[in-house]
Design a protein. Structure first.
Length: 501
């Protein structure tokens, strides 16, 4: 249909509903109302109001939308408060110790407001101008922390999963090009790729397998390598696994070393793995989604001595640099390798327009439209500095160690490992009970009832097929007293289960 006349707009919608100079005062007013509402969220005692199936079902109904019935801003905000804000999980609350969610630092929040309000899209120079240099500068800064050379480069991503995807893609395409002269980006799949194998520890993040599948290589292309008693990849096992793969006629292409496993915070031994990868001419990727920012600490700096021997690095600022989601980066030691993802689109970044003084970041990204997430890190560094972040991380590590010391000799608990970063995996052990099946049930009961009652959120994971509980400590505002209090709740729930069953 072709409209012959201008469509009629509701009232003066163009003046009041779109953000521009005239309507900015409305944004100010609305922002104040939003802050009032959020203030209540940030002042409440509990991390969660608790789980009530009747209310959950009501929320499901209240969330439905038809796009026709509308409310005033004030009423919609109140509606949203009842539906979502009041009922959601407060990561800054010290009783939230479940997953890798951090409280955020104020300057990051300020930067988030700026980036969202201006709405910069970072992918091409003509959309982002100097914002481009801010992202580049943050990439340079973190690359320097890892002692990556000037010839390295990086790009912000949506998270560790996407960063790991880029690593596997580069590893695959680089191997194919170097060894077979095949340009996968241009010509796609070829026979040998079905034999490509990627090695990572059995405790590595699931995104390695998932990404291998997304890359068309399948879960089976990923070979899990056994870990030692500290949950680190055993280099001898790595060599055995590589040799086995070769004997089977398959092709070892890449190794992923995890710097801080999601469950245990364990660091794979980089130096040894690096020389193995070199011997077999494999790509070495370091997954530092969780542990990467610990390079800023005094306590863990030494773990990173050999980090510049790797080909690529994943780092999640939204986990361990106290940044709002999303905020993550992928670094490659040789910037030439970004050619495996670059594309020159006529409408966006024609190759004729390539200008080193005015770069287009899209040439390094697998995304097109992309948020200006780098600003958060830049503003944090500019105002707080990296030392503050280092101290926060040292503090959460210390908290994990305190919990470990508290329960390691307590007969009611069994700890799985000594904390390397800021997680601790353990389980409650009902005295006199020997069957793991029973322990599984008790620990699931503890986790689920404490969550549903809104008292504390603890994670769970499996070790050797058995259920364990996990603290992920990323809140520097937490205290030993509070964590010991959570341990008490766990023990009480465990005892309650016994008397009820
Ligand atoms: C969290 C995590 C990831 C995935 O990162 P997202 O930002 O959640 O996509 C990858 N690797 C490790 C080791 C992680 O802990």
């Amino acid at each position: 249909m072709i409209l012959d006349e201008f469509p009629v707009l509701v009232d003066s919608s163009l003046q009041t509903d779109l953000l521009h100079g005239e309507s900015f005062k409305d944004l100010e007013k609305q922002t104040n109302l939003i802050l009032e509402t959020l203030k209540k969220f940030f002042s409440k005692e509990d991390f969660y109001v608790g789980d009530n199936l009747k209310e959950i079902n009501q929320h499901k109904l209240d969330a439905q939308i038809d796009g026709e019935d509308t409310l005033s801003f004030e009423n919609a905000l109140e509606y949203l408060n009842d539906l979502y804000i009041k009922n959601t999980i407060a990561f800054h609350n010290p009783n939230y110790v479940a997953h890798l969610n951090c409280p955020v630092v104020l300057p990051a929040m300020a930067a988030e407001i700026i980036a969202s309000t201006v709405n910069t899209a970072i992918e091409t120079w003509d959309q982002s101008t100097s914002a481009t240099f801010i992202e580049q500068a943050v990439i340079r800064w973190i690359s320097n922390e890892f002692k990556f050379p000037e010839s390295s480069d990086g790009v912000f991503t949506s998270g560790g999963t996407q960063s790991n995807f880029m690593a596997l893609l580069m590893a695959r395409d680089h191997y194919a090009f170097e060894n077979y002269g095949v340009n996968i980006k241009q010509h796609g799949w070829f026979e040998e790729v079905s034999k490509f194998r990627i090695f990572c520890s059995e405790k590595a993040h699931f995104s390695i397998k998932k990404n291998a599948a997304l890359l068309g290589m399948g879960y089976d292309a990923v070979i899990p390598v056994k870990t030692d008693n500290k949950m680190r990849m055993d280099p001898n096992e790595l060599v055995l696994a590589i040799e086995k793969v070769k004997q089977e006629g398959n092709i070892p292409v890449a190794v992923v070393a995890t710097l801080g496993t999601t469950d245990y915070g364990s660091f794979d031994p980089l130096e040894t793995i690096s020389s193995i990868a070199k011997d077999y001419k494999m790509w070495l990727h370091a997954d530092g989604a969780y542990g990467g920012c610990f390079v800023l600490t005094d306590t863990h700096k030494s773990y990173f001595e050999k980090i510049n021997s790797v080909d690529s690095i994943t780092i999640d600022f939204h986990k361990t640099m106290f940044q709002p989601v999303c905020c993550s980066a992928y670094l490659a030691k040789n910037k030439q390798h970004f050619q495996y993802v670059s594309y020159y689109a006529d409408y966006l970044n024609p190759i004729e327009d390539k200008d080193p003084e005015r770069p287009n970041l899209i040439e390094k990204s697998i995304q097109t439209t992309r948020r200006f997430d780098a600003l958060k890190v830049w503003f944090t560094l500019k105002t707080l500095g990296k030392e503050t972040i280092g101290r926060y991380l040292e503090r959460v590590h210390h908290l994990a160690t305190s919990v470990y010391n508290k329960i390691k000799d307590d007969a009611h608990f069994e700890v799985a490992h000594q904390p390397e970063l800021s997680t601790i995996v353990f389980r409650y052990k009902a005295l006199g009970v020997r069957e793991n099946k029973v322990h599984d049930r008790v620990n699931m009961y503890i986790k689920n009832t404490l969550f549903k009652q809104g008292r504390t959120s603890v994670a769970s994971t499996k070790l050797d097929g058995n259920i364990y509980l996990k603290f992920t400590l990323l809140n520097p505002n937490n205290t030993e007293e509070n964590l010991f209090e959570i341990l008490k709740m766990i023990q009480q729930k465990g005892e309650q289960y016994k008397t009820n069953n």
